[in-house]
Design a protein around this ligand. Structure first.
Ligand SMILES: C[S@@+](CC[C@H](N)C(=O)[O-])C[C@H]1O[C@@H](n2cnc3c(N)ncnc32)[C@H](O)[C@@H]1O
Length: 291
C-alpha cells in the first residue's frame, strides 16, 4: 500500500471526483423522489470517510474543499468528505446503503459514521465476490440504485460490473485509474509479473489488453522485439468503454480528472440502464472539467 493510502491523504483533485459524484447523487435522488422505488447505494471501495488533503498540492489548486479549523496547527488543514458520508447526507437519498472496504479500520469508521442510520450494511473484505453475491437480489423491479466503484488500482473486476449490469436496475459510476495505476502495470519491456497480468485480465475481463498494449517489431539487427505503444492509455480506455457498451445500455463520455500539473490521472465513467441517467451523467459529471 502506498504511504498516502495508509495515511489517508489525497491530492486536491479527489474533491473534483467527489463533488461530481455528489452532484450526480443529488440529481438522481431528485429525479426519483416521486417514484416508488427503493433506492440503493453501493460503495464498493468506500474508504476512510474523511481524508486529509496534501497541503503542498492545495496551494496550487482552487477547488472547493472543506476547511476544518485546527486548534494547534498554524496553517489550516483541509479535509475532504468521502463518498460514503456524501451518499448518507444527500437530499432525497437512499433507503439502503451497502459499504465495502478491505480495511478493518476503515470499516470501523464506516460503522461509526452510519450508527443510528437504518438500512446500512458495512462489509469488510474484497468487494468483488461480495457484490456478485448481492447483485441477484437487486434484480427487482422495485429497486433502483447506484454503485460507486472507486478503487486505487486495477481492483475492480469485470465480472463484478457484469453482475451489476445484469440487475437492469443499477447504474455505476466508475473511477477508472488509467494513468495513475493501470498504465503503470504495463511495463515498457512487456515483461509483466504474472500477478499484475492476472489483475489486468480480471479488470478488463479479457486478455485483449495485451495485444492492444504491445506490438512485435523488428529492430535494426533483424531481431523481433516487444514494444509498448505510445498511446496505450487511449487504447485501453477505448477497450474498456467498448466493453462497457456491450453490457450496459448507456455509457456516458468519460470525465477526465487531472492533477495540479494538468497531467491525466483517472476517468470517471458512468454506465447504466436508462437514458435519463445518461443525460444527467453527461451533464453533471463533466462540470468543472479541465480540457
Ligand atoms: C480510493 S479509496 C476510496 C475512496 C472513497 N471512495 C472516497 O472517495 O471517499 C479505495 C479504498 O478501497 C479499499 N480497497 C482496496 N481494495 C479493495 C477491495 N478489493 N475491496 C474493497 N475495498 C478495497 C481501500 O482500503 C481504500 O479504502
Amino acid at each position: 500500500m502506498k504511504k498516502s493510502h495508509r495515511e489517508n491523504t489525497v491530492g486536491p483533485w479527489a474533491a473534483a471526483k467527489l463533488d461530481a459524484l455528489e452532484a450526480y447523487l443529488e440529481f438522481y435522488g431528485t429525479a426519483l423522489s416521486k417514484q416508488p422505488f427503493k433506492r440503493v447505494y453501493i460503495d464498493a471501495f468506500a474508504g476512510a470517510c474523511v481524508t486529509k488533503v496534501r497541503t503542498s498540492e492545495v496551494a496550487e489548486e482552487r477547488i472547493p474543499i472543506l476547511d476544518i479549523p485546527s486548534d494547534t496547527a498554524q496553517e489550516q488543514e483541509q479535509f475532504v468528505l468521502g463518498s460514503p458520508i456524501r451518499a448518507l447526507n444527500v437530499s432525497n437519498g437512499f433507503h439502503r446503503h451497502f459499504f465495502f472496504d478491505l480495511d478493518e479500520t476503515r470499516a470501523e469508521t464506516l460503522r461509526t459514521v452510519s450508527a443510528g442510520r437504518a438500512g446500512v450494511t458495512v462489509t469488510v473484505g474484497d468487494c468483488n465476490p461480495q457484490i456478485r453475491a448481492l447483485a441477484p437480489t437487486l434484480q427487482n423491479r422495485q429497486i433502483r440504485g447506484i454503485a460507486f466503484l472507486d478503487p486505487y488500482g486495477a481492483h475492480l473486476e469485470w465480472a463484478t460490473l457484469e453482475a451489476l449490469a445484469k440487475t437492469g436496475t443499477m447504474e455505476v459510476v466508475i473511477n477508472f485509474p488509467l494513468a495513475m495505476a493501470i498504465n503503470r502495470l504495463i511495463t515498457r519491456s512487456g515483461d509483466i509479473p504474472e500477478r499484475w497480468a492476472q489483475q489486468l485480465t480480471a479488470c478488463f475481463g479479457t486478455e485483449e489488453w495485451r495485444t492492444i498494449a504491445y506490438d512485435r517489431v523488428t529492430d535494426l539487427f533483424g531481431d523481433e522485439i516487444v514494444q509498448k505503444h505510445g498511446d496505450v492509455p487511449k487504447r485501453l480506455l477505448n477497450l474498456y468503454i467498448s466493453r462497457l457498451r456491450e453490457i450496459f445500455n448507456f455509457v456516458a463520455k468519460p470525465r477526465l480528472i487531472r492533477n495540479t500539473r494538468n497531467a491525466p490521472l483517472y476517468y470517471l465513467i458512468w454506465a447504466g440502464p436508462n437514458k435519463l441517467g445518461l443525460k444527467g451523467a453527461d451533464h453533471i459529471l463533466r462540470q468543472g472539467e479541465k480540457v
